[in-house]
Structure formats: C-alpha cells, structure tokens
Design a protein around this ligand. Structure first.
Ligand SMILES: C[S@@+](CC[C@H](N)C(=O)[O-])C[C@H]1O[C@@H](n2cnc3c(N)ncnc32)[C@H](O)[C@@H]1O
Length: 465
C-alpha cells in the first residue's frame, strides 16, 4: 500500500516509472485498489493509458475505480474503451462509472452513446447519462430525448430534470444569501405559551423557527390526552406538523421522537392493541413536505422496559413471544428544498458557525444509548442528553428551537444552556408550572423565560415584529 503523501509526491514527477509499475494489472489487488482510490486529482498530462488494461481487470472494483480515474482526464481518446466497458459490463457500479466518465468528456461524439443509456434498466445509469447530456441540452435531438424522461417512473430522474429546467436566473437567485435566515421574531424568543398548540400555530408568522424537536402525546397510552380514534390522533398530529412546516425556515430540521404504543386490553378475553406510531407518521410527514433525513434509535437500558415476557417466559410457545421495548424512534426530517445543507450553513457568519461546532467526542452511529429521565410532575420527559444532542447537531447558536408539546420544558432548558432561544407550547397548567420551575432553576439572568397566554402573545407578535 502507498501513503497518500507518497502518491502526491509521485504525481509531481512525470518522468518517474512509479505509476507504470504500481498500476500494472499484475499488481496485488489490495495495492491496486488502494492506489486507484487515493489518486485524487490527476495532473495535466497524466498517462491515462495506464488505466486502460485495468478496465478489463477481473475484479469489478478495480474496473470501477479505473473508469473513475479515466473520467478525471476528460479525454475523448478513451471513448472507445469506456463504451466497450459500458456495453459489456455486468457490474452496475462499473457501468455507472463508465457512463459518468463518458459524460465528463463533454464531447459531441459521446452524445449518441449517452442517449443509448437513457432507456437503461438502472436509474442510476440513466442519471449519469442524463448528467452528461445536459451539457448539450441546447441541441434539439438531446432536448427531445430528455423531454421523454419527464414521465419516467423514477423520482430522482424526474426531480433532476425539473431542477434543471428551472430558469437559470431563479437558480442563481436561490444561491444568494437570505439575510433574515439566522434571525427569528423577538416576540417568540424564550416564550412558553400556555395554550393549545393548534390555536397558537395559527398566529405564528411563516418561516419563524429554525428547529423543532418534540415528543407528542402517546395516543391514548398515557392519561394526559384522549383521542376519539387512532386516525383522529394521526390527523391531529399531522395538522400540527403541517403548520410547523409552514413556520420552519427553508431547509431546516424537524426531529420527532415517538415509539409504538400499546393500549391495554379491556379484559382477559380481549387482546391489547399495539399502534406503530413512527411508521404511520412517516408517510404522512413526507406527504406534507418533510424530507426524510435519518432514523435514529434511542436505546434505553433493559430495566427501563415494561416487562411483556411474563407469559412467554413460562410457556415458551411460539407466537406468544413479546419483545420488551427498549427503543424509541428519533426521526429526522428537513423542510424540502432544492438548496443544499451547505446553503443553510452559508447563511451564518463565520463566528456563529465556529462557535456552534460540535466539539469533542460524539455519537457516530444512529444508535443512541441514553438513560431515560423521570420527573416528579410530568410522566414522560425527555432526558436532557437527548435534547442536547438534537439541538447541537441540528441548530446554530442564536437559533430558535420550537417544541409544540413542551411538557416540563426540557427543550427550553437545553436550548438556553446551549445559547439557543426556545419557543414552547403546553396546554396543561400543571406542566407549565413545572416548566417554570425547570427554567427558573436554570437561572439564566440575561434570557429570562416568559410565560404567556395566547391572548398575551398575539399583541406581542404584532408590536414587536
Ligand atoms: C410527551 S409529552 C412532552 C414532554 C416533554 N418532551 C418534556 O420533556 O417534558 C407531550 C406533552 O404535550 C402536551 N399536549 C398534548 N396536547 C397538546 C396540545 N394540543 N397543545 C399543547 N400541548 C399539548 C401534553 O400535555 C404533554 O405535556
């Protein structure tokens, strides 16, 4: 294996026999793979002929990486070899790379070859051909071929074309900064509204908040809320999350903590009913414009689970097994936009980005081991550690974090201690009182939380913004 520094040094020396020897098809496969993968940007005049025999190597990973490196040269001299690879290749990654490399040549002679792949069975191959052809989109024959893809069943192909069709000036407009992006209405900062969130949301201006982290009521599994039916419960949540979408700034995140719940049986003659809340919420959330980003699993220690194993433990008969549930879903969504996350980051000044960096060790997997928290008043509170991770990973300092189901105010407490603002709603007086205690105990003199009723909030919104 070669060190990156050695490879970089050899690239500066065009007379060195290093690459001729190290890229010979007879070299050991791990060495070839590592070298091809670490070549990086190729200098002008790099001898691309060295890759040609590797396009016929028996190892498909080597063929793929060889095609990728040929692509970097953007040289139509290799059109014939790459077309041959694309036509005969069985490995889907190598085929995609061959088409991508042909597209990168930006050579008119490649047009008929790329057009052939617009009807390929692999949508990723089509996407590569499409990307190559877009460079020639002014040509009537190319335009006609691309038009035929507007009805393609694959969503990524349709999306790619739609974004391309958008007029250029609108796109460059999009690339511009939005100076209002990092700010939020003063009237909402560090406020808890004691009211039904459905009513509160009606008075909140569009694009006011940066992040939502929430855990809604657990259908009829706990005692603080009762819904007539499961469908009514889902409709209730979706109406709230649709409004949340409206008040969220472009491209910003929505993080939902839920878990399947069980509604106990009414007698021994009946069975209990389990509701898969996260799974039922997901398609509804994407329908209203939340783009799926991540599924994080919050894992608790075994002792935290309600024991459902009693019967099975005794009889051990199949079908009667019931798993003790030690996990909850933490589903991450983003307000759908054609702008990249980089665009969101660019809206902040360098100091804010630097100050918001998540330093030190952090959880790298989607399995978050966090002990549950208990509270003497509220039956279902977030562990502050969970709120801390979400707030640090998905917001900047100075952002406004929203929790429509504020409960005891955990999101507020953690937002404040991480130099974010919070905006919470809670309908139960008892929990609002609890939030007062939680937040007062945090003793933040320069960010005194305010507890308002809805009639108090409305004029504030008018006056202060
Ligand atoms: C699962 S708890 C949230 C607990 C919170 N994450 C915490 O750490 O304390 C859900 C909360 O939503 C509140 N709630 C339910 N329906 C509501 C509504 N329509 N408007 C405002 N709050 C509501 C409940 O009273 C309950 O406190």
């Amino acid at each position: 294996m070669f060190a990156k520094a050695q490879i970089d040094a050899e690239k500066l020396n065009p007379d060195s026999p290093f690459f001729k020897n190290a890229l010979a098809p007879t070299c050991a496969e791990p060495n070839l793979l590592s070298l091809l993968d670490n070549l990086g940007k190729l200098p002008a005049g790099f001898n691309g002929e060295l890759f040609v025999p590797l396009l016929r190597h028996t190892n498909p990973k080597i063929r793929t990486l060889a095609a990728k490196n040929v692509g970097k040269l953007k040289n139509s001299r290799f059109l014939r070899e790459l077309s041959q690879l694309a036509a005969t290749e069985k490995n889907t990654f190598a085929r995609r790379e061959a088409i991508s490399a042909i597209g990168r040549m930006r050579n008119e002679t490649a047009i008929p070859i790329l057009m052939q792949y617009l009807t390929d069975a692999d949508p990723k191959v089509i996407l590569q051909a499409l990307r190559g052809l877009l460079y020639f989109k002014e040509k009537p024959e190319v335009q006609k071929a691309l038009d035929s893809l507007h009805e393609h069943p694959n969503e990524l192909i349709r999306e790619h074309l739609t974004n391309e069709v958008k007029d250029k000036s609108a796109r460059s407009q999009n690339a511009k900064k939005d100076p209002s992006h990092p700010s939020s209405p003063d009237a909402l900062k560090n406020v808890i509204v004691h009211a039904d969130v459905q009513k509160v949301l009606k008075v909140i201006p569009d694009e006011s908040i940066h992040l939502t982290f929430t855990s809604p009521p657990y259908y009829n599994a706990r005692d603080y809320t009762i819904y007539q039916s499961y469908e009514a419960y889902l409709d209730f949540l979706i109406a709230i999350f649709k409004e949340t979408h409206r008040i969220t700034k472009e491209g910003r995140f929505f993080v939902l903590n839920t878990s399947p719940v069980i509604v106990p049986r009414i007698s021994r003659a009946h069975s209990s009913k389990r509701y898969a809340i996260p799974y039922d919420m997901h398609p509804r959330l994407t329908d209203i414009g939340w783009e799926f980003i991540d599924d994080i699993v919050w894992t608790k220690p075994d002792y935290a689970a309600k024991n459902r194993n009693g019967g099975f433990f005794q009889h051990r008969k199949p079908l009667g097994y019931k798993a003790n549930s030690v996990t909850e879903s933490v589903m991450v969504y983003r307000k759908k936009t054609d702008k990249l996350i980089d665009w969101n980051i660019r809206q902040y000044d360098d100091e804010t980005v630097a100050a918001s960096k998540v330093m030190g060790d952090y959880e790298k997997t989607n399995l978050w081991h966090i002990n549950p928290a208990t509270d003497k008043v509220h039956p279902a509170v977030f562990p502050p550690e969970l709120a801390m991770r979400v707030i640090q990973f998905y917001s900047f300092k100075g952002d406004l974090v929203f929790d429509p189901f504020g409960g005891s105010g955990t999101v507020g407490q953690v937002a404040l201690s991480h130099e974010r603002y919070f905006f919470l709603c809670e309908k139960e007086a008892e929990y609002v009182e609890r939030a007062k205690q939680t937040l007062d105990a945090a003793l933040f003199t320069n960010a005194k939380p305010r507890f308002l009723s809805l009639p108090e909030l409305k004029p504030e919104l008018k006056e202060r913004n």
